[in-house]
Structure formats: C-alpha cells, structure tokens
Design a protein around this ligand. Structure first.
Ligand code: AP5
Length: 228
C-alpha cells in the first residue's frame, strides 16, 4: 500500500506588488485575521537605518533614491528575523523577495527547514494610482499603523485607531519622484517573479484597486483555501 504523507507546514505567504499596492495594509490585516506574522523587509531596513547599523548606513541612500538594496544586506536582515521564535506559526512576506536572487535564496532557506512557499499573491493595481496612494500615506509613529490622507483616515482626526498615539510620520521615500523610481525598480527586477511563482504553481492574483475591506475579504478567502 502506498501511503501519501501529508506534510503540514506553517503558511509562507508572499505579497507581491508595486509600491502602494497595499502589501503592508493587507499584511497587517492578515496578521489579525490569521495569526500570521508580517515580515516586511522595508520595515526591517528602516529600523536598521534608524538604529544606525552598518547595514542601515549602506541602505539609507539607496532607499532614498528609490532603488533596491543589495541582496546580501536584505538576505542577512531577513535571515536574522526568520530565526526568531515568533515566526513559527506562519509568515507573510511583505516586500520580499524582490529579485530573482532573493527568490532562490528564499527557496533554499525554506527547503533547509523542510518548508516551501504556500502562495505568492500578486496585488494587481494601476501604476498611475500608486503615486497618489503612496504620497498620501502617513504612519503612526508609535505603533506603525498605516493611514492615508484620503482613503484611510483615523476615526478621530489626529488619533491612531490602534494605540491612541497622536504622532504621525511620512516616509522619506514617499515623494512622487522617488515613487516613480520605485515603480521602475519593481517592473525591472520584481515583476519577473510573477512568472517564477506561476511556474511553481503557487501564484494567486487579486484585483487590488478596490476598497481596502473588499481586498481583505478576497485575500482572506485565498489564504483559507491555500492553507487548507
Ligand atoms: P517597502 O517598504 O517594501 O516599500 P514598497 O514595496 O515600495 O511598498 P510600500 O510600503 O510603499 O507600499 P505597500 O504596498 O506596502 O502599500 P501600503 O499598504 O503602505 O520598501 C521601501 C524600500 O526599501 C525599497 O524602495 C527598497 O529600497 C528597500 N527594500 C525593501 N525591501 C527590499 C528588498 N526585498 N530588496 C531590496 N530592497 C528592498 O499602502 C500605501 C497607501 O495606500 C497607504 O496610505 C494605504 O492606507 C493606502 N491604501 C492601501 N490599500 C488601499 C486601497 N485598496 N485603496 C486606497 N488606498 C489604499
């Protein structure tokens, strides 16, 4: 008798999409809905810049120019984060991988742990709308909750819905000129990963031009299906 062993592994979800597609917004909602942990290489790099580490010093100018930080720096930061205990229940990779080299490095990292990518979910948007989305973004300085001047305002103006903080900040790279550079980098180096994950049979696509709550529901349905 042949017994097919069903391997259960913690979910490894990738959110693919250009700047402003809603990766961070939806990743934080998936954390709430599914108990997964968001790993954002953008957030990890910004923390390294703020802490003044060697990696942060090297990354700062590259990020402000809207270009991609080197694979070696990003992979070192991501490996450290993935070694922490809280990721054991499943992760949402937000902003990683972004190059072919990062995608193959992720495959080997997961393979060493007996895991693989559960799904790579591509948030499909119109580039034109992304400049407006990104340049209207604010973030709570205390808890990191994201907002938008027009599309996602706090319930009480000036007060974070999540933590009650009153200090909101804007990212140094969230200006129209840098966003255009980030969009170029996305199309040149990251968009080819859509075909890579399609070839592996794990690609999911979602229309991410609708309302945040509708996208949350559609994403939730995908995550429920692929995690079953
Ligand atoms: P990173 O921080 O990853 O930025 P990004 O990929 O450019 O994406 P964003 O954070 O701008 O957008 P998002 O898709 O998360 O959108 P959000 O949910 O915030 O990277 C920054 C830099 O770090 C890179 O340029 C690079 O230099 C470096 N870097 C990071 N990772 C790297 C890697 N792996 N390799 C190399 N370099 C790396 O939404 C945006 C706004 O829109 C918000 O205000 C939100 O409220 C609003 N919004 C969201 N959804 C909707 C909706 N459906 N309708 C209306 N508004 C919406």
């Amino acid at each position: 008798m042949i017994v097919t062993e069903v391997m259960t592994q913690p979910a490894v979800l990738i959110l693919l999409g250009p700047p402003g597609a809603g990766k961070g917004t939806q990743a934080r909602m998936l954390e709430e809905d599914f108990g997964l942990v968001q790993l954002s290489t953008g957030d990890l790099l910004r923390a390294a810049v703020a802490a003044g580490t060697e990696a942060g010093r090297q990354a700062k100018a590259v990020m402000e120019a809207g270009e991609l930080v080197s694979d070696s720096i990003v992979l070192a930061i991501l490996r450290d984060r993935m070694a922490q205990a809280d990721v054991a229940g499943g992760i949402i990779l937000d902003g990683f991988p972004r190059t072919a080299g990062q995608a193959t490095a992720l495959d080997s990292l997961l393979s060493d742990a007996g895991q693989r990518v559960t799904a790579a979910i591509c948030l499909e948007v119109d580039d034109e709308a992304m400049v407006g989305r990104v340049s209207g973004r604010t973030t709570c300085a205390q808890c990191g909750e994201g907002y938008h001047d027009e599309f996602k305002r706090p319930a009480t103006a000036g007060t974070c819905d999540k933590c009650g903080g009153h200090d909101f900040k804007r990212r140094a790279d969230d200006n129209a000129e840098t966003v255009r550079e980030r969009l170029k980098a996305y199309h040149a180096q990251t968009a080819p990963l859509i075909a890579y994950y399609d070839g592996k049979g794990v690609l999911e696509r979602i229309d991410a031009m609708g309302a945040i709550a509708d996208i949350r529901r559609a994403l939730g349905a995908i995550v429920t299906r692929v995690s079953a």
